[in-house]
Design a protein around this ligand. Structure first.
Ligand code: TPP
Ligand code: MG
Length: 816
């Protein structure tokens, strides 16, 4: 199909333009071959050891072969960044292979352990993936926020010298547009006067299960236009357009425009004879149409009818190169899912794979000799030297690696340590403490504060970021005064906006928050400048954005997310906002170190450590216990905070104690050696735990009170130590104990643990497995009831009484 869309070289020596064009058409064929072969090899030629389907998407890949060839080999520049439609991963890897940046070994191990990934992955693929994709819709939105991150740096003059502004390009499956997060990003992009974004829609009118509704697409043009985007429709190929200009052409064009998606797809699958029959029946009587049909045999008619814009190299190049400004642009490229493959257009082709016979025929058509399947140039009509020269000059590949590193930003030794003001009766909540730490950082002029960028989905003030914003201002491409301030309306908030601002205010869409954090948190790698993003939201809404949070972590973006208020402890503010499962999310989320401190000095120690941890990048560190904790490799941070004011312990946190806080826990009241009972608490229920502990001391003077600041890190450290011991004596010496093993060491072997958290009790109940202690686990398993803390803690059995009851029950069972 592609060969016939090539421009005819001029007589004699082809012009450089014609030659480049011919190379592109040849490479387009090669890309389609290699992507199809890579999938075929994985499914049919690699022995299966488990009987599981390997999969891969030959049809979805074919759909993008022309567009991606045009982009990567001609249109893109090194500074451009791309989110590739997840199931076009084989096309991406084939392109990188042709550019010499992907190995044959990796292609042969497509979807196998250590091989090229099923979906493009920044962290697991070795061939320069810009944005991971996989969960449809998220990569699309990522381009919006990456553009915003790029603007943020450039408007502050922080872009490294010599690094030009890039375009953020999404290759979008048309069914991805069903995902709501795409529109959330579209809205947000408009608010921020989005620039330099291209969304190239692979409009094959098919999704996984079905053919896309005809009525839908009429809406898209208008919608993008409403948001200030330019819409470029690449509907017809050059050959179809030429035919439209001839007698019968207008009727043919009208017929195509009116043809339902399902019928068009079915005819694509059935081929030339079916096209002829249908066209004769529908428009055969129109003047000129008879001759138009008679001029072509069935294969030529099928080739004409599938000459849609997204498969016509000339049409595609023309559309892309016509854009010279930075206005966001949506290309609607008409394509055919599976074009060139035996199941083209078939509605069930999403997971379709060519069988060995079909592949043999495809190989024959591509003129690939047996044994030369991985050859970069086999079966192409242009001389190898011409193609090599072309590949060597591809602009996108001109600068080699496109991953940057940025110098770390030091965390000052005098990191803010707010104390409880007397006006609060000596009490402070962790949320308030967080706000004070941020405000104090904002007052200083250090490098750390300069590189912090905060963001929040419309809960900036209610998560205590107001003080920071008042000092550091809101980021906006255009300077704008705070009208309320100008009008002398008294307000605690000063919301002046300018390019110098350091807070990005978002609308209420948690997906956007996490995708923005992903983009800002990759700025060192994407744009060569380190940013330290801090995002705040109400803790329960972590669940609203969870897939996007997971997406951000999977890409190894570095950020701090603050969930506050949390649990039932937000009290009268309402049952619907209570979070139960977030502590478990924090423990289970890969790439996220989670903390839930009770006191502000703990929070301060955690945040100081966290800003450093967010910048660590020692990928070589493996095998040891701390590697499991990612202490060398670093990661992102989740702080689960509370609005409950607590009396702060009168103490100066020692360095050793701070280390324990970061490791995940410490004895607030150490147990006597051989103690029979310990109360273990996490977070805002510290007050109840303290009160209960005080009461049981009469009966159990040796009882301990264990503060857990990070169930996540205690748990991860324990698993790491267990794994190390299983791995052999070098790692597994008895001295190589996890923090929690050491902490629980002084207790009697048959001691009881009473655990309590405002969250799911499983967060702490595993502690019993560490040394075989019995556990009474208190926590919250149901939610939805508002009230004050006395009522709620009683109702959900996490008050002092409940802790004492659990202590009594534990003692009774020891006696029995
Ligand atoms: C969030 C999410 N839901 C479901 C899937 C499974 N899935 C993968 S591709 C696909 C259909 C995509 O269709 P389209 O975007 O039109 O791409 P095409 O295959 O037509 O190129 C679905 C539902 C997914 N990857 N992500
Ligand atoms: Mg589709």
């Amino acid at each position: 199909m592609s060969k016939s869309s090539a421009a005819q070289p001029e007589a004699g020596r082809p012009s450089p333009v014609a030659e480049r064009f011919a190379c592109l058409c040849e490479l387009e064929r090669k890309v389609l071959w290699l992507s199809s072969w890579t999938i075929h090899n994985a499914n049919h030629l690699r022995p299966s050891r488990d009987g599981l389907k390997v999969g891969g998407h030959q049809a979805s890949s074919a759909s993008l072969a022309t567009l991606m060839t045009a982009l990567y080999f001609n249109v893109l520049r090194p500074q451009d960044r791309v989110a590739v439609k997840p199931h076009a991963s084989p096309v991406f890897h084939a392109i990188q292979y042709l550019l010499g940046r992907q190995s044959r070994d990796q292609l042969e191990r497509f979807r196998a352990y250590g091989g090229a990934q099923s979906y493009p992955s920044r962290t697991k693929d070795g061939d320069d993936v810009d944005f991971s994709t996989g969960s449809v819709g998220l990569g699309v939105a990522m381009t919006t926020f990456a553009s915003l991150a790029q603007d943020y740096l450039r408007l502050k003059g922080w872009a490294p010298e010599g690094l030009p502004e890039g375009r953020m390009v999404a290759l979008v499956g048309d069914a991805e547009l069903d995902e709501g997060n795409v529109y959330e990003a579209l809205f947000e992009g408009w608010k921020h006067d989005l620039r330099n974004v291209w969304w190239v829609i692979d409009y094959n009118r098919q999704s996984l299960d079905a053919v896309v509704s005809d009525r839908l697409f009429g809406r898209f043009d208008q919608m993008f236009t409403n948001f200030g985007w330019r819409v470029v429709t690449i509907k017809y190929g050059k050959r179809l357009e030429a035919v439209f200009a001839r007698p019968g052409g207008a009727a043919l064009r009208q017929w195509i425009d009116d043809c339902p998606n399902s019928l068009y797809s079915a005819l694509v699958f059935k081929g030339g004879a079916a096209w002829r029959k249908q066209l004769e029946a529908d428009i055969g009587a129109e003047p000129g149409v008879g001759a138009l049909l008679a001029d072509r045999d069935d294969p030529a008619l099928a080739a004409l009818m599938t000459n849609l814009g997204g498969h016509d190299m000339a049409a595609v190049l023309e559309a892309f190169h016509a854009i010279e400004d930075d206005r966001p642009t949506c290309f609607i490229a008409y394509t055919i899912k599976g074009l060139g493959l035996p199941f083209a257009g078939h509605k069930d082709n999403h997971a379709g794979l060519m069988n060995p016979d079909q592949m043999a025929e495809f190989q024959r058509r591509n003129q690939i000799p047996e044994g030369a399947e991985w050859d970069r140039f086999a079966g192409l009509d242009l001389p190898e030297a011409t193609l090599r020269d072309f590949l060597d000059a591809v602009p996108f590949a001109a600068q080699g690696t496109r991953r940057y590193a940025a110098a770390p930003v030091a965390v000052p030794r005098n990191f803010p340590r707010p104390t409880a003001p007397n006006s609060n009766g000596g009490t402070l909540s962790t949320q308030d403490g967080f706000g004070r730490i941020m405000t104090e950082l904002a007052r200083g002029d250090g490098a750390l504060a300069e590189r912090i960028v905060t963001t929040s989905p419309d809960v900036t003030v209610s998560t205590n970021l107001g003080g920071w914003v008042n000092r550091r201002g809101i980021f906006d491409r255009h300077p704008r005064e705070d009208v309320f301030k100008e009008q002398k309306v008294v307000s605690a908030q000063r919301w002046g906006m300018s390019p110098a601002g350091q807070h990005i205010e978002l609308g209420i869409a948690e997906n956007n928050l996490f995708i923005l954090l992903a983009a800002l948190g990759l700025s060192h790698s994407l744009f060569g400048t380190r940013l330290l993003p801090v995002g705040t939201l109400y803790d329960p809404f972590i669940q609203r954005g969870l897939d996007a949070l997971n997406y951000a972590c999977y890409q190894d973006a570095r950020f701090m997310v603050v969930g506050t208020p949390s649990g039932i402890t937000l009290g009268p503010e309402g049952g619907a906002h209570q979070s139960i499962s977030t502590p478990l999310i924090g423990m289970a989320q890969d790439g996220l170190a989670s903390f839930e401190p009770a006191y502000v000095d703990e929070l301060s120690a955690i945040m100081a450590w966290a800003f450093d941890y967010m910048q660590r990048d020692d990928r070589g560190a493996t095998g040891s216990g701390t590697a499991w904790l990612r202490d060398a490799a670093g990661g992102s941070i989740y702080l689960r905070l509370s609005t409950r004011p607590l009396a702060q312990p009168p103490r100066e946190l020692s360095a050793a104690r701070a280390e324990e806080v970061i490791a995940g826990g410490y004895w607030l009241r150490p147990p006597a050696p051989g103690a029979e009972l310990a109360i273990v608490y996490c977070g805002a229920v510290a007050a109840e735990a303290l009160a209960a502990h005080q009461e049981i001391l009469d009966d159990l003077p040796g009882a301990g009170l264990l503060a857990v600041t990070s169930a996540d890190r205690l748990n991860a450290g324990w698993h790491a130590a267990e794994q190390a011991r299983r791995s052999g004596p070098a790692e597994g010496s008895r001295d190589n104990l996890a923090a929690i093993e050491r902490l629980l060491g002084p207790l009697a072997p048959d001691a009881a643990l009473i655990t309590v958290i405002d969250g799911h009790p499983a967060t702490l109940s595993w502690l019993g497995a560490v040394r075989g202690h019995s556990v009474q686990a208190l926590g919250v398993e149901h939610f939805g009831q508002s009230g004050d803390l006395a009522d709620l803690y009683r109702h959900y059995h996490i008050d002092t009484e409940a802790i004492l009851d659990a202590c009594a029950a534990a003692c009774l069972s020891r006696v029995r």
